[in-house]
Design a protein around this ligand. Structure first.
Ligand SMILES: [Ca+2]
Ligand SMILES: [Ca+2]
Ligand SMILES: [Ca+2]
Length: 213
């Protein structure tokens, strides 16, 4: 199980973001008394897709991941309960007709209107996986490494909402979504203490500003 979970883990990557808000930013550091309590904001690009598939598009220089974490966490910790609540809140926004499941039309709306990023099927290699040989030759990173929403989040899931359809009947029930939330939380809770901290979440690549933009 641990191996499978690790296989889904985010690999450090740089995510191409076409928006004008994709500037790099330096993390802010807040010292809160004790040396071990140094808090850094989550580093990453402005566009982020949360573990349950919700897009966050930052416009204030902080990463989209930081926006997600800040709204879902409390006192720097995102507990399992809070993660479940965050998932349930997002589920309610997707279940437009309030029938307790995200049906095919609602999944389609998610993919076209809410998070069109999930449609992008072009592959994006993780450059950190490229290997340099002793003779100076470079072995290209394996492809594909990331697809769709996987390029914008912690987990390598191209379509995080449809991925929660555990019985493959093309609808995601509230229960399936909650069950998926628990699974994804467990993947991210590296030390298994029931809460996520910024320090244990995967680091997302920073986008460097393009010249002239
Ligand atoms: Ca519905
Ligand atoms: Ca289902
Ligand atoms: Ca933890």
């Amino acid at each position: 199980m641990a191996g499978a979970a690790l296989a889904l883990f985010a690999l450090t990557c740089t995510v191409p973001v076409s928006s004008q808000n994709s500037e790099a930013f330096e993390s802010e550091i807040t010292v809160t008394g004790k040396a071990q309590d140094v808090v850094t904001t989550l580093i990453g690009p402005s566009d982020f897709i949360s573990p349950m598939g919700e897009p966050f598009r930052s416009q204030d220089g902080r990463s989209g991941a930081e926006h997600w974490f800040a709204q879902a966490s409390r006192d720097g910790r995102l507990t399992r309960e809070a993660f479940r609540s965050d998932a349930a809140r997002f589920f309610a926004t997707l279940d437009l007709d309030h029938d307790g499941e995200i049906g095919p039309d609602e999944i389609s709306r998610y993919e076209t209107e809410i998070a069109p990023e999930v449609q992008v099927t072009s592959t994006y290699g993780d450059v950190s996986l490229a290997k340099a040989g002793s003779d100076g030759s470079i072995t290209e990173p394996p492809y594909p490494t990331r697809l769709g929403a996987g390029r914008f989040g912690f987990l390598a899931m191209p379509e995080p909402v449809a991925y929660a359809d555990l019985n493959f009947d093309r609808a995601v029930t509230r229960q399936e979504f909650a069950q998926s939330a628990d699974r994804r939380f467990a993947m991210l809770d590296v030390n298994g203490d029931g809460a996520l901290t910024r320090a244990e979440l995967p680091r997302l690549g920073r986008i460097r500003p393009q010249a002239g933009r």
